[in-house]
Design a protein around this ligand. Structure first.
Ligand SMILES: [Ca+2]
Ligand SMILES: [Ca+2]
Ligand SMILES: [Ca+2]
Length: 416
């Protein structure tokens, strides 16, 4: 998958796209969860912040379904914890996947029975979820119309009921690798959009009324079929990052752009903040004027590490790149969350061939990172993690095959 882009590829791009659509996604398409609203930016320093194993809740099987349960995401707000995943329906040879959803109203102690919120015959994949107040938004990619489109359902009563599915993408465009964020009444979504006449374009759409309606789509920059755009809204400003793979020259790039509010919707020119060798799916966190971008990439010796670049001036300049998994060699699928004081990183790491979920947090002003904890700690393949923080509790989900089929596992950690 590490190839050089040539002119001839432009003509066979639809074929590549078809192959890509048929293949299982390589990445988890994981989404970071929003920063806590009304956050208290007191930078503390503590050497003993990550507590012992006993502080983690027991690992729980959330999907508990004999068929394929994959690509889980978690969001939380107060005591409400929401989990969504992609579930095979109709048996082990089923071609249909649907988006399942559960909610806890007591900080993860109990969860509701799964609700099928796509419930259609198309391939419904890669849910993304974000929560603010009593609102929760679930977005996914669905080919029920014969092409891949981005659908969104909203709940304004803590996940008890949802609005009908709203299509965010354009008819007959192929839209995938979608992501969303929300703050107050703002809901923003991005995805990778393919039109034969325009190629792959990172596309953004914004709602100012809790996803009742959306404004015009904005093109943020060119992409390719392996680009994974991510978005954040913070103080009325939108921030996006994505990777491009050797489309311009032989170098993979991590790009960043900021987009103003409604009066200035045009994006700034995408800024290249890093090069990478392979993989490259980035995540973005915005806290005040700090913008932090995390990604995993092949290193010079062929292994994979977790990398980090930071801006402390609202994205005008970025720091040099740090390696946050230097003692490992098989890092992938990073996500990040913020508890109002510390930043938490969760990623997938191959340790002696066993895929595990690792947790690391900042110790001081987002520049120092502390010791690494193993959250999954089992012999199964543990992959595609997601995390969210609310009311002093860190909620973690991932996909695990310890039981013999892919299930969604959940653990939480008391941060207080
Ligand atoms: Ca299952
Ligand atoms: Ca379906
Ligand atoms: Ca494992």
């Amino acid at each position: 998958m590490y190839y050089k882009y040539t002119d001839s590829l432009k003509f066979i791009a639809p074929l590549f796209l078809l192959l890509f659509l048929l293949a299982n996604a390589i990445f988890c398409n994981a989404s970071p969860q929003s920063a806590v609203e009304g956050m208290d930016l007191k930078y503390g320093k503590s050497d003993d912040y990550l507590k012992d194993e006993t502080e983690f809740s027991k690992t729980r099987n959330i999907s508990h379904d004999a068929f394929d349960s994959v690509y889980s995401q978690v969001a939380s707000s107060g005591e409400n914890v929401y989990i969504s995943w992609e579930q095979a329906v109709g048996g082990s040879n089923a071609k249909n996947y649907d988006i399942y959803f559960v909610v806890s109203h007591n900080g993860g102690s109990n969860f509701s029975k799964p609700m099928n919120i796509s419930n259609n015959s198309g391939f419904s994949e890669h849910p993304q979820i974000v929560a603010t107040g009593n609102n929760v938004y679930v977005l996914w990619v669905d080919n029920s119309n014969g092409y891949r489109q981005v659908l969104l359902r909203s709940s304004h009563n803590g996940g008890e009921s949802f609005t009908p599915a709203l299509r965010l993408s354009s008819v007959n465009n192929i839209s995938f690798n979608a992501e969303l964020d929300a703050s107050g009444s703002n809901v923003v979504a991005v995805w990778n959009n393919y039109e034969p006449s325009k190629g792959f374009v990172v596309t953004m759409i914004v709602s100012n009324n809790k996803a009742s309606s959306f404004e015009n789509r904005v093109s943020l920059g060119s992409a390719d079929q392996y680009s994974y755009p991510k978005v954040r809204v913070s103080n009325g400003q939108y921030y996006a990052t994505w990777n491009t793979n050797q489309t311009i020259d032989s170098m993979g790039r991590i790009l960043f752009t900021s987009i103003g509010n409604e009066t200035d919707a045009s994006p700034s020119r995408p800024l290249k903040i890093a090069s990478y060798l392979n993989d490259g799916e980035p995540q973005i966190m915005v806290i005040d004027r700090n913008i932090m971008i995390f990604w995993t990439s092949a290193n010079q010796s062929g292994g994979y590490n977790l990398y980090f670049a930071r801006s402390s001036d609202d994205g005008y300049h970025f720091s040099k790149i740090s390696n946050l998994s230097e003692n490992f060699n098989d890092s992938s699928n990073v996500e990040t969350a913020f508890d109002g004081k510390f930043l938490y990183l969760l990623w997938q790491e191959g340790i002696n061939g066993n895929q595990e979920i690792l947790l690391r947090m900042t110790t001081n002003n987002f520049s120092d990172f502390g010791k690494i904890r193993n959250v999954s700690n089992n012999n199964g393949t543990s992959e595609c993690p997601s995390l969210s923080i609310s009311n002093g509790r860190l909620h973690i989900v991932w996909e695990d095959d310890s039981t013999g089929n892919h299930e969604i596992f959940y653990r939480s950690l008391n941060l207080r």
